[in-house]
Design a protein around this ligand. Structure first.
Ligand code: GLA
Length: 750
């Protein structure tokens, strides 16, 4: 039993393979959080939460005689509103009389097989027999506002999902000003916060800091989960490392504005509240109406950050990503963006494709510029009709030529946007988000379409489904190149304007549901100026997302390092691009660029015709290597072997096959030095008793002295090591230097 209710103590215990989550209904009917952490069996953990009296912490009226209870210090599953808990709250709600208040008490609960789903929002799902659901119904006796808290318990995955639904069960209209998804109170312990901040071309930079008494907020107000703050945070104990220590993950399954507040209260209890950002948000609930919050994926491990990441990798790959492509081998693709930008014709595209096909690349993706009037980013968005000046005869002749090379064909679109200079905008200026009487703020010379309006999503569905039906398109890159401003919909009444941003997301999810459902054979890759919407919500529709517009191999190390905490390699769009790199001007060895792109979906983003004969030869090997290592990279367990890349002089990571029979270690030297110390690595995840040899070792750089890769060098021909030796004593590489050299080592169990 993963979910147990003890009617003598009114306690709920949720159990996964290695964790226990416990809560109970207290004597006043509140749902009190007791424990989430390492597995504890058979105990009621209520003596962790003893009655106590704190000055200036208000006492519920019913307890006024005792003075030993306050919602202000009680760990809770979800807070009420304006009833004496002064910490960060989950809810803001007021009635028609303007009175803000809600105090939820237990009504009943249900334990159900399988995993609940939330209408209209992406969710973790059960592949059959993996999960159980608990729904706890609570209500505010005064307003009739009902709260349904759902818990999905994934035993084998060590994951608990949560979601909240608010239902107006009263007779008056109510307005939500905040509706978080979940609250996680950790009554004891001192925690570090790990979060992932960034900017365009530098997403998901990992930062770790000890929690102080100031409230820490990780948020986006951009209408997208954003390049700037990912909707995923980790709380871990001060001593936690990759290999050991208590770690909690809190991941929101949402792609819009989000907010996670972490507060350490007066008693030392740490509270995390996560959900939709409440700024500019409001939601009107007429009697009988309901509001569903996005889901949160929680995971706990006492085994450190690597295990926590692996928990998320597994649940995202198997239970968030959907459709035929989620576990299937993805094609190695070549994208023309950095090769041509907007300036191409069919012959140029075929020329790029032909060279790539020769080298084993499997798909050509035609990026921006193929439609409408689109010679730069000032015009054309919205007009999803082929530009015949560039592609004479339309898409079909081009697709036929690409297919004749033995390649599949993919296409870029940016459906959520419109250019002022477009036929769509001229026909429907009211379809763009703009404020009455104001000039809108511009981003990349374009406006955001109002996807809260069904006629807009219907139009997009018609256009895109026509494209997919009429042409042999195997892949779509779905881009989104600016954030939301001027959030106002001409289709909604004044009191519902606070709903626009979330209704936009609901419209987007509905559209994606329709398209991915109707065209299951098409591989969709998400993108938002690179990784500006890299989140579990998007991954429910797009099994891969272009990780960053920064294709520089060295910068990618930090971006992919941060991304790896929450998201699996199979979701990380990564390509080899030209040097000097277009974003940084840096030159890195071609081999290093491939080693880094292999920590993702792998592909190319340059004109291979411009490479030297020697480089072409290298590309052939890269394609072969990626095919050889594909399952190891995509299905293996991922380990970070080094910490924050910027601080070290090398970055290393490793994947190990689930049966521990092989491992691939990748190392990139980011700061080559004179008289450099040796790179020493402690491998991870191997079988301690198993014996391993180096099957292949590829150096991309200069060895010092030059012959050290062979018999006497790193490969040490004929040698085998126990897994224990490689993990505990470690493995040392010979000295190597040059500009950003790298090494890839394939260990195989003998
Ligand atoms: C965004 C994407 C790029 C490319 C351009 C095209 O920036 O992230 O990969 O598709 O748009 O305009």
């Amino acid at each position: 039993m993963r979910i147990q209710f003890d009617s003598t103590t009114n306690a709920f215990t949720l159990t996964t393979r290695n964790t226990t989550y416990q809560m109970r209904v207290d004597r006043l009917g509140h749902l009190q959080h007791l424990y989430y952490g390492r597995r504890v069996e058979g105990d009621l953990l209520d003596d962790q939460i003893l009655p106590a009296n704190y000055g200036f912490s208000p006492v519920p009226y019913h307890c006024r005689a005792e003075q030993d209870f306050s919602l202000d210090i009680m760990p809770q599953e979800y807070t009420g509103c304006n009833t004496g808990d002064f910490r960060v709250s989950c809810l803001g709600v007021s009635g028609a009389d303007g009175a803000a208040g809600a105090d939820f008490c237990y009504v009943r609960h249900e334990i159900l097989p399988g995993k609940y789903q939330v209408d209209g929002l992406p969710c973790v799902y059960d592949n059959g027999g993996e999960a159980e659901t608990l729904v706890i119904h609570l209500a505010d006796p005064v307003t009739g506002l009902q709260l349904e808290l759902s818990y999905g318990v994934f035993d084998g995955q060590d994951v608990i999902t949560r979601q909240a639904r608010l239902v107006n069960g009263g007779g008056q209209t109510m307005t939500l000003s905040k509706a978080a998804s979940a609250c996680l109170d950790l009554p004891y312990g001192q925690w570090d916060l790990i979060h992932f901040h960034g900017r365009h071309c530098m997403e998901r930079q990992m930062e770790r800091l000890p929690l102080s008494r100031a409230v820490h907020t990780v948020s986006s107000r951009r209408g997208a989960s954003s390049h700037h703050h990912n909707p995923f945070v980790i709380l871990c104990d001060h001593a936690a490392t990759e290999d050991a220590g208590d770690c909690y993950g809190i991941m929101l399954v949402y792609s819009g504005s989000h907010r996670t507040d972490i507060e350490v209260d007066q008693t030392g209890c740490t509270r995390a509240v996560t959900g939709i950002h409440d700024e500019l948000f409001s939601w009107t609930l007429t009697p009988g109406e309901a509001f569903d919050t996005p889901e949160v994926i929680l995971s706990f491990t006492h085994e450190g950050l690597a295990r926590l990441s692996q928990n998320y990798h597994r649940i995202i790959r198997h239970n968030v990503c959907r459709g035929a492509w989620k576990l299937a081998r993805r094609p190695i693709l070549i994208n023309n963006w950095e090769a041509t930008y907007f300036h191409f014709d069919a012959d140029q595209i075929v020329e790029i494709a032909a060279k790539a096909a020769e080298l084993g690349v499997e798909m050509l993706v035609l990026d921006d510029g193929w439609f409408g009037k689109r010679d730069d980013d000032h015009s054309g968005l919205g007009d999803w009709f082929v530009n015949e000046e560039k592609l004479a005869g339309g898409l079909d002749p081009l697709i036929a030529r690409i297919n004749a090379l033995g390649m599949q064909f993919g296409l870029w679109v940016e459906p959520e946007m419109v250019s002022e200079d477009s036929d769509l905008y001229r026909a429907h200026p009211d379809w763009a988000l703009t404020l009455p009487g104001r000039e809108p703020a511009m981003g990349r010379h374009q406006l955001v379409l109002d996807l809260s309006r069904p006629e807009v999503t219907d139009y997009l569905y018609q256009r895109l489904s026509a494209l997919l039906r009429r042409h042999k398109i195997d892949y779509i890159k779905w881009d989104m190149n600016r954030n939301m401003t001027d959030v106002y919909s001409r289709a909604l009444p004044p009191q519902r304007q606070g709903e626009v941003a979330h209704r936009y997301l609901l419209g987007l999810y509905r559209l994606l549901d329709r398209l991915t459902g109707e065209f299951p054979q098409v591989l969709f890759e998400g993108c938002a100026g690179g990784g500006g919407r890299f989140d579990a919500g998007m991954l429910a529709y797009f099994p891969q997302i272009w990780c960053s517009d920064d294709t520089d191999a060295v910068e990618r190390l930090a971006i992919q390092h941060g991304t790896s905490f929450g998201y699996p390699v199979s979701t990380v769009g990564a390509h080899v691009s030209a040097c000097p790199n277009h974003q940084t001007g840096r030159t890195t060895p071609l081999g290093t660029r491939a080693v880094v792109a292999m920590a993702g979906t792998f592909g190319y983003e340059l004109d291979l015709n411009k490479l030297s004969a020697e480089e072409i030869y290298e590309v052939c090997y890269q394609v072969e290597d990626f095919r050889r290592y594909y399952h190891l990279i995509q299905d293996g367990l991922y380990y970070r072997l080094t910490d924050v890349p910027q601080e070290g002089w090398f970055t290393a990571w490793q994947t190990v096959s689930p049966d521990q029979s092989e491992a691939l270690v990748s190392v990139v030297l980011t700061h080559p030095r004179a008289n450099t110390p040796l790179v020493h690595l402690r491998l991870k995840g191997l079988s301690p008793q198993g014996r391993y040899r180096v099957e292949r070792l590829s150096f991309f750089g200069t060895l010092n002295p030059p012959d050290t890769a062979g018999e006497t060098g790193a490969a040490r021909a004929g040698r085998t090591w126990s897994g224990a030796a490689l993990m505990y004593a470690g493995y040392t590489l010979p000295q190597f230097f040059g500009d950003f050299p790298s090494v890839q080592i394939h260990f195989v169990r003998v």
